[in-house]
Design a protein around this ligand. Structure first.
Ligand SMILES: [Zn+2]
Ligand SMILES: [Zn+2]
Length: 350
């Protein structure tokens, strides 16, 4: 098999050839037929997250070893099963939920992998889906997606559930008279825009500094778009709406979150889910006077993935814009992603 791997932090991925592995225990060998590209691939390839104030969280310090096969939105066909892998059979089509935990702590034993402190995320901490084949540790991380387009199901494994879980944390209690602000219409924001009509009747406003991304947001159903680079935009939105009820930051920069908080009314919620990085400096009285609930959201659960697939199967949500490219073009795609040239999501096919 050919796997596209980080062999040196920050360098282009290398194509390395290996024997196709054999699953043992509860493992399942998936023949990858497509794998979505995510903005976090850039952070993982760089080897660190920007914690602000010149601090970095380096992946090698948390035990990530090279070479590492990237790719955490895989879907494909079960090619082989280990002797203890129950519930899947060779030939089954499955999408892989990649946010696997250590599988031994209390959270993991409760099957709440996303609360695990020592995640072994497929394609981010251990080998993932930019490959012909990948090993999945247990069948419970593999979900059926019949009735849903394969490439769409793949993007749900990260972008879909990440935006869905973040929106769940924001929209509770919103009514049709409320305004919901989504900051960022990149891959994650575009996915969120497709999902949000199934979740709330609130009016959706999208902020992005890029006119092309604002145009995309309008095509995807935003009631209004604004330029968060415009210094008067937050005050105008607050005045016109009486204050935004909830906001989700799909970018995750200090500037984007401060912009969103500036638009909010009293009794509001702000959710940060984009992983751009940096450090936040908020006037503390704002937390109090706005009665602000400030929340973080990271990926989503297998249940979220199952719910999204069901929403798509029932025709209640539209897929995000998806472009398909050969897996061999992965380095070009990552460069285009760095340059902000990707619209919606890219799915790679081996
Ligand atoms: Zn991702
Ligand atoms: Zn664990």
């Amino acid at each position: 098999m050919t796997s596209y791997q980080i062999v040196e932090w920050g360098a282009p991925l290398a194509a390395n050839h290996y024997e196709t592995p054999e699953p043992t225990g509860t493992e399942v060998l998936l023949r990858v037929t497509c794998c979505g590209v995510c903005h976090s691939d850039l952070h993982i390839r760089a080897g660190y997250f920007d914690m602000g104030h010149g601090q970095q969280r380096r992946l090698e310090k948390i035990g990530v070893e090279l070479p590492l096969t990237l790719g955490h939105e895989p879907a494909g066909e079960v090619a082989a099963v280990g002797p203890d892998a129950a519930g899947v059979a060779v030939g089954d089509r499955r999408v892989c939920w990649p946010w696997v935990g250590c599988r031994s702590c209390a959270a993991c034993l409760r099957e709440e992998d996303i609360l695990c402190e020592r995640g072994r995320y497929l394609g981010a901490r251990v080998d993932g889906g930019y490959s012909d084949y990948m090993l999945v540790p247990h069948p419970r991380y593999l979900l059926p997606y019949d009735g849903v387009e394969e490439a769409v199901a793949a993007t749900y494994a990260c972008a879909g559930i990440t935006s869905y879980a973040a929106l769940k944390r924001a929209v509770g209690g919103l009514t049709r008279d409320d305004t919901l602000l989504l900051v960022g219409a990149g891959g994650l924001g575009a996915s969120g825009l497709r999902i949000v009509p199934a979740m709330t009747e609130a009016t959706v406003v999208v902020a992005d500094t890029d006119p092309a991304k604002r145009a995309l947001a309008e095509r995807l159903g935003a009631a209004q778009t604004i330029d968060n680079g415009d210094p008067g935009a937050a005050a105008r939105l607050r005045e016109r709406t009486g204050g935004v009820a909830a906001s989700v930051d799909f970018v995750g920069m200090p500037q984007t979150t401060l912009f969103a908080i500036d638009t909010l009314r009293r009794g509001c919620t702000h959710v940060v889910v984009g992983l751009y990085g940096g450090a936040l400096d908020i006037p503390m009285p704002n937390l109090i006077y706005k009665l602000l609930s400030l929340r973080g959201s990271h990926v989503g659960t297998p249940q979220d993935l199952a719910e999204l697939i069901e929403l798509r199967r029932a025709g209640r949500i539209e897929p995000p814009p998806i472009t398909e490219r050969p897996l061999g073009e992965v380095n070009d795609v990552l460069t285009e992603l760095t340059d902000g040239k990707i619209e919606g999501r890219v799915v790679l096919r081996p």
